[in-house]
Design a protein around this ligand. Structure first.
Ligand code: GRF
Length: 230
């Protein structure tokens, strides 16, 4: 089966990009990473992609300030030139227009560092700590027109620990991001994802694991023996 030519869009360090590249090194992985595209020439992820032998491109969003349509038209041209059929946003810090999102509907996926629909937008770890949530996490979702909105493909939860700082919590979440994003992209690239009324089903998906509860309830006290035996 030909692998689906996939572009990863980044703006920064590209650790999720690296996780996707690592997964796609397996010839059995259904997506081929055919392009890494950044809106910033200084994005550190570009060098990592080039080292891995993946074609890279830069469309400077700064050069298109106030002209989102022009920026996206330039991106679209590069995506078409590379024969891209699927886009994975991985720390791509531009909001896409409804027109672009519509054009790529069902073929545009994002990772977000919170359990959506909680904490869309920026500084999710700071906000999770401020809200006092006991569970936090990350979400891979298909992109629809709203910011950090769209049908959810997979989520992973982590406990929030009493001593957590935004950085320690971010690191715990990031490890889960690197685990779930390659899995979700594979489902999509293999055509295993169906969306009905905004809800996703994945053909042959692994069964959900047991509930993660934080803090764990205390074990029920053992009944006091009413008489001694022996
Ligand atoms: C990740 O936390 C991702 O969820 C968010 O932006 C961050 C990007 O990190 N959308 P990296 O560039 O993948 O390391």
């Amino acid at each position: 089966m030909p692998r689906l030519r996939t572009a990863i869009l980044i703006s920064g360090r590209g650790s999720n990009m690296a996780a996707l590249l690592a997964a796609a090194r397996d010839p059995a992985y259904p997506a081929e990473i055919a392009l890494v595209l950044s809106n910033r020439a200084e994005a550190a992820g570009l060098a990592r992609a080039a080292e891995a032998g993946v074609p890279t491109a830069v469309i400077e969003s700064r050069a298109h300030r106030g002209d989102r349509a022009g920026f996206e038209a330039a991106m679209q041209a590069v995506l078409e030139r590379h024969g891209i059929g699927l886009i994975a946003l991985a720390g791509f810090m531009r909001v896409l227009t409804p027109g672009f999102v519509e054009r790529w509907a069902g073929r545009l996926v994002n990772i977000h560092p919170s359990l959506l629909p909680a904490f869309p937008g920026l500084e999710t770890h700071e906000r999770a700590l401020a809200a006092g949530v006991r569970l936090h996490g990350c979400t891979v979702h298909l992109v629809s027109a709203g910011v950090d909105e769209g049908p959810i493909l997979v989520q992973a939860a982590v406990p929030v620990l009493p001593a957590d700082t935004p950085d320690s919590l971010a690191a715990r979440v990031l490890a889960e991001e690197h685990r779930i994003y390659p899995a979700a992209l594979a489902w999509l690239a293999a055509g295993r994802v169906r969306v009905e009324a905004g809800r996703v089903t994945v053909a042959d998906a692994p069964a959900p694991q047991a509930a993660l509860v934080n803090p764990l309830p205390e074990p029920a006290p053992l009944p006091t023996p009413s008489h001694r035996i022996g």
